[in-house]
Design a protein around this ligand. Sequence first.
Ligand SMILES: [Zn+2]
Length: 186
Amino acid sequence: MSSQPHTVLPWVVRRTRLPLLSLRCVACRSESATTAKGRFRVNANAKLLDVWLLVRCVSCDRTSKLTVHERAPVRSFDPAELDGYHANDPELVASRLLDPMFARRNRVTLDWKGAWRLDTPSAWLDEGWPVQVEVVFEAPVPVRPERLIAQGLGLSRNEVLRRIKCDIPLRRPTSAGFTYTVMAGC
Ligand SMILES: [Zn+2]
């Protein structure tokens, strides 16, 4: 019997909306903020630009400004990018919010709860084992492979540990693509 694994269509981790931000509100002490529809504020000072992304406390609606660019020379901007800031371009909002540098610079973390989904292709039961599955991330959602695989295959965590072969640690959160192999059940 061949032990060459079948390959099936990849699983895809997709964003369903923008994540919230874990950010303590100075007014009400809530720890959650939203970009809502996403608005930038641009301030020009001589030939330097400040760009902020505005976020609102989910409890009291207080607005905070998070830094996107600080005193950056106007000439260093791509004109299309600058237009995007002025127009509050939703794709630019998403790309700036999801940029790891943005979170680091503003000391916030992204709260992905309820903001993503896992798309899996239909079952492959008739193809036999083992099966190789590639997991692709369209959004940088940190997931524990163990939990994602259990959810996607409808297996218990113990079964995952017994039947899955994977080159990366199953328990450590990752948002980089990986491949795993499912071995036969018994
Ligand atoms: Zn608040």
